[in-house]
Structure formats: C-alpha cells, structure tokens
Design a protein around this ligand. Structure first.
Ligand code: MTE
Length: 306
C-alpha cells in the first residue's frame, strides 16, 4: 500500500484556514499542474458550492478515504484497493477524446491540467451499499473538458472508460466484472457544475485506490457512477452502457440518482452509515443536492428511471 506520512497530511482545520488566508490574499484561480508538490496553491474556488458542509457533516479522515474503497480492478474487498494497487502506474497518463466531436484527440493529463485550474470542493460520496463519506476533492468541472472537446450537437450522452491493464490491475485477470469498467452521463448532467473530474484530495494527488490519476465525482448519484482511472471519454448519441446496469439491470439503473424512495431490491436506501460514525442517518434525496439538481429530472418518473 502506498503510504503518505501522517505528518504530510494537512489537518482539515488547518487546510480550511489556509484557504481563508489564500482568499484574503486575493489570489484567484491558480492553475496547478498535477506534478506540482502539495502546496497551499492547491486550493481555490469561488463557486457557490465551495466548502459546502451541511449541518452535522464532518469531513472524513484521509485514512478513512484511502483505506475503505471500492475498486474491483484491485479486488472486491474494501481494503483490497489500498493493499493491491501498488503495481498500477498512473504516470504519465493520456486521455482519449472520442466519438461525436469536431476532431478526436489524445492529450497528456499534465498538458490538459496546464489549461485548467484546480478547485477545491467538499462533497459527500454516497455508495450504494448504504455507506457514505464526506471528501475534500480537488478537481475541475467536467464541463471545462467538454468545452475543450467541442462535441457535435448530436452528442447527447458521454461514456467514460477505465483503463484496461490486467498486468497492473490484477482483478482484471478475473471475471469479477466485464472489463473495462464503463459509465455514462446525460450531457446536461455532465455539464452540471457539481460534476467534476478529480485529480486529488486533501491537497494530495489521488492515490491509486481512489482512482488515480483522474476520476469522476457526481455527488448526487450513487458511488458507482464515479468511475476511476479514466482513459477515454466518448461522446455518443444514445444512452451508453454502464457496468453495473449491464451486470444487474434490475438493481442498478443508468441514472443511479440517490433516492431514498427507490429501494435496492436487496436493501433499503432510506438510511446510510457515515464511515466513522456508529448510528445510521437518514439518506437525503439526491444525496442532499436536491436544490441544485432536481430540475434535471423534472418530468421524469424516478421510480422507472432509477
Ligand atoms: N471505478 C472503477 N473503474 N472500478 C470500480 O470498481 N467502483 C465504484 C466507483 N468507481 C469502481 C469505480 C464504486 S462501487 C464506488 S462506491 C466508488 O468508486 C468508490 O470510490 P472511493 O473508493 O474513492 O470511495
């Protein structure tokens, strides 16, 4: 398992104070290449979602966020991703932009990040077996990459594809899931400012177990939408396939919105266990982001489009 010394981790309180200091200093939108060392510059956001902590929300510790994971490419157990991902080498990294775009291209992640400033955002990630964490992500809105990609007007959905490297991701040598892992979003969901591509958390580049070097975060959806180690982004006309809804369509729908009224056939979605807490808490509609996102599903029957 990759170790970061605890002395290297910024306690969240110091981290927030540093952010305030930076804000006072009036430094805005500082571009941060992924190779830069951990630094106070790896923070800055002026969006209204910045530092969005609900009443009673506490940021999970770095240790919790990096040792309790789902990443089947490294095994099915929650500690497998931290224990089995050392062989995976996410640097350098290329992203392919494919499908319905003016011109398909490949770009080095480092080059992409030179053109995009990194922001800090605190989001809850709600995983489908009814556990959740609150994570201080660093990343950028997916919409920024979509702008660079210049999709054609016929592109209505986006599919994301995880890298396929069975020599480095030993789970891919077994048939735990059909590989590579794929996920999708409707274009308006993808363009929503809450939807980000993350490159780091707590001021550190993502560790392998969290989806290095680039993973999706869609905070109002169940965790499995947040696909890790993305290698290709494909613009398509029709709703693309997504791994879990391919494997078990009656359990996992394409939309996968956190919805306390639509239960998974094998468990309730009404409550969740926040990692680090003892008592379960009620699950909020759209994971607490109802005000921001419910308009996306205005005229849809969410019992049917789950
Ligand atoms: N992405 C890939 N490629 N493979 C996976 O198995 N698991 C998903 C998602 N992204 C998964 C994935 C699931 S089920 C969850 S809950 C989240 O990652 C967990 O993210 P975290 O481990 O960073 O909390």
């Amino acid at each position: 398992m990759k170790k970061i010394l605890s002395s290297e981790i910024t306690p969240y309180s110091a981290y927030i104070n540093r952010r305030k200091f930076i804000k006072l200093a009036g430094i805005l939108s500082i571009a941060m290449p992924i190779t830069s060392p951990v630094s106070a510059l790896h923070t800055q956001s002026t969006t209204k979602y910045d530092n969005q902590l609900e009443e009673g929300d506490k940021i999970n510790t770095y240790d919790e966020i990096t040792t309790y994971n789902n990443f089947y490419e490294f095994g099915m157990g929650k500690s497998d991703p931290a224990n089995n991902s050392d062989l995976f080498n996410p640097k350098p990294w290329k992203i392919k932009i494919e499908g319905l775009v003016e011109k398909p291209f490949e770009i080095n992640l480092e080059d992409l990040l030179k053109n995009i400033s990194i922001e800090d955002r605190v989001y809850r990630l709600r995983c489908v077996e009814a556990w959740s964490m609150v994570i201080p992500w660093q990343g950028f809105p997916l919409s920024k990459l979509i702008e660079i990609a210049s999709p054609l007007s016929s592109a209505k959905f986006i599919q994301f594809v995880t890298v396929f490297r069975p020599e480095e991701m030993l789970g891919q040598k077994q048939r735990l899931l059909p590989w590579p892992y794929v996920e999708g979003l409707r274009m308006d969901e993808a363009m929503h400012p809450l939807t980000i591509l993350s490159t780091g958390l707590y001021g550190h580049d993502l560790l392998n177990q969290n989806g290095a070097p680039l993973r999706l975060v869609v905070p109002w959806k169940y965790g499995f939408k947040s696909i890790k180690s993305i290698e290709a982004i494909r613009f398509v006309e029709k709703q693309p396939s997504a791994t879990w809804s391919m494997v078990a369509p009656n359990e996992y729908g394409f939309y996968s919105n956190v919805n306390n009224a639509v239960h998974h056939p094998r468990w309730s979605q009404g409550t969740e266990r926040r990692i680090g807490e003892f008592f379960r808490r009620p699950t909020l509609m759209f994971n607490g982001y109802e005000e921001e996102v419910s308009y996306l599903y205005k005229n849809m029957d969410l019992q049917k489009f789950y």
